[in-house]
Design a protein around this ligand. Structure first.
Ligand code: GTP
Ligand code: MG
Length: 447
């Protein structure tokens, strides 16, 4: 997801992170780069400008108080601002990265909950309706689907097939039905049918237009008035970049939105839509679509998404947790990972190294790490500087590369070396040590 942006921002932050001393002009340089990358990702100009100004202001404050590890602090600022752009509240940020903070769907206290899906043609409304229905069914919310696209028989048929696939009943706009009545009347009838079929949540799939026009907005407003939806969700194509901003603004002003579902984030969406849309509408992104199948819908968690974009979710968690001694939970996770079939990945390797550094003298520590033998790590002389280098290398990798280093081709290694300011030989050495550790822990597991 957002691969290019993620790689670029990760690169800038890695360079900052390593710095013990940081001047205002270092921050200015880094922000100039970040600004360029955001604009390249098609984040809206206003959003980008606001972002850079906020980070600059706060970073200058941080530098003035001569905080320890200023690089790390500025990285945290950038992370938090990205999370804020994506819709994280201050409370969510304060409660740490591990916490889950997806915006939940709202349910009506009496009667069925109506969820109106709106959006332009091809944005993914019908697919998303089915995905959402599947999810609500799993959550025991007794969902039903209503087809409000009365213009194309094929549209209702598509919804009907998808409904069948996920085992959710579909009402309304039957093929061959007479469409003399206005759409809101047909949808009201369908809603009543759904209610008598004991549906408790009703997802209404509306007709899209190529462009926002007055006719569509009038129809949607009439529909909204007729069915009193608890949620009006804009289904927006995540690939459209900052065009999504204009679309979202149009729909928000036209009908009033309660949330957004961004689709097609599994493709090569650059990130512009995701990073701009909340800032412009003020409503939360509630879910993201990550594939064509009906199970490809994920709740959207701004802070975790920020971590993902910056390729540092776990590391931020680690920094925040940084205790004087071993982090019990991380150690447990490591143990589970070491004992699992897949074994440790590079992210775990880094966590293990950091844990060891926090804990001080190596020898005392090695015994604590399950499945890792002192011998396996002998090559890694763990002074602070070496650890920083190792860390920089691992952080220059994308999450996918960390999970599976076998994908690392020569050109990827070169990119990583460049991003971390190390040599390709060092990258290779790190990978060798990692393989040794894996072998060792597999061996121990078998015993
Ligand atoms: N890769 C991917 N494709 C998606 C996603 N969501 C929807 N699509 C695809 O996008 C295309 C359009 O989806 P629809 O659900 O038909 O879009 P719509 O908004 O209902 O379109 P109209 O009814 O014509 O306005 C389909 O080919 C879907 O399979 C997603 O999250 N990822
Ligand atoms: Mg449709």
């Amino acid at each position: 997801m957002f691969t290019a942006l993620s790689e670029q921002l990760t690169g800038v932050l890695n360079r900052l992170r390593g710095r013990g001393v940081l001047s205002e002009s270092d921050v200015t340089d880094a922000l100039r780069e970040i600004r360029r990358h955001l604009l390249e990702a098609d984040v809206s100009f206003e959003v980008t400008r606001g972002f850079v100004e906020r980070v600059r202001e706060r970073a200058v404050g941080t530098l003035q108080v001569k905080a320890v590890s200023p690089g790390q602090q500025v990285v945290k600022l950038v992370h938090d601002e990205i999370a804020t752009l994506l819709g994280a509240s201050d409370a969510a940020l304060a409660s740490g990265v591990g916490a889950q903070h997806a915006a939940p769907l709202q349910f009506a206290s009496v009667g069925p909950t109506v969820i109106l899906l709106v959006g332009l043609q091809g944005s993914g409304k019908t697919t998303t309706a089915a995905k959402l229905a599947r999810r609500l069914k799993l959550e025991q919310k007794a969902p039903a689907l209503v087809a409000a696209d009365i213009y194309r028989p094929a549209a209702a048929e598509q919804l009907r097939q998808l409904g069948q696939q996920v085992g959710v009943p579909v009402f309304g706009a039957g093929v061959g039905a007479q469409h003399a009545a206005p759409v809101q009347k047909l949808v009201q009838d369908a809603l009543r049918e759904a209610e008598s079929a004991r549906a408790r949540t009703v997802i209404v799939d509306t007709a899209g237009r190529l462009q926002i026009d007055a006719e569509m907005m009038d129809e949607l407003r009439a529909l909204k008035a007729a069915v009193s939806p608890r949620e009006v969700l804009l289904v927006a194509d995540g690939m459209t970049g900052q065009d999504a901003v204009r679309i979202a603004r149009g729909f928000h002003e036209g009908v009033g939105l309660t949330g957004v579902i961004l689709t097609k984030l599994d493709g090569d969406a650059r990130g512009g839509a995701a990073l701009s849309i909340h800032g412009v509408t003020g409503v939360p992104i509630k879910y993201v679509g990550v594939g064509e199948k009906t199970d490809a819908l994920e709740p959207f968690d701004p802070a975790r998404m920020a971590g993902r974009i910056l390729g540092q979710g776990d590391v931020v968690a680690l920094v925040e947790k940084a205790a004087a001694s071993v982090d019990a939970e991380a150690a447990k996770r490591l143990e589970q990972k070491a004992r699992s079939k897949k074994g440790m990945d590079l992210q775990d390797f880094l966590v293990a190294l950091k844990q060891m550094q926090q804990m001080g003298p190596l020898k005392q520590v090695l015994g604590l790490l399950p499945g890792v033998n002192a011998k396996a790590l002998q090559g890694v002389s763990m002074d602070d500087k070496r650890l920083k280098h190792v860390e920089a290398i691992v952080l220059s990798m994308t999450p996918a590369e960390r999970a599976d280093p076998s994908v690392l081709s020569g050109s990827r290694k070169q990119r990583i070396a460049k991003g971390s300011g190390r040599t390709v030989q060092e990258v290779n050495r790190l990978l060798e040590q990692f393989q040794q550790m894996r072998k060792m822990s597999k061996f121990i597991k078998r015993m």
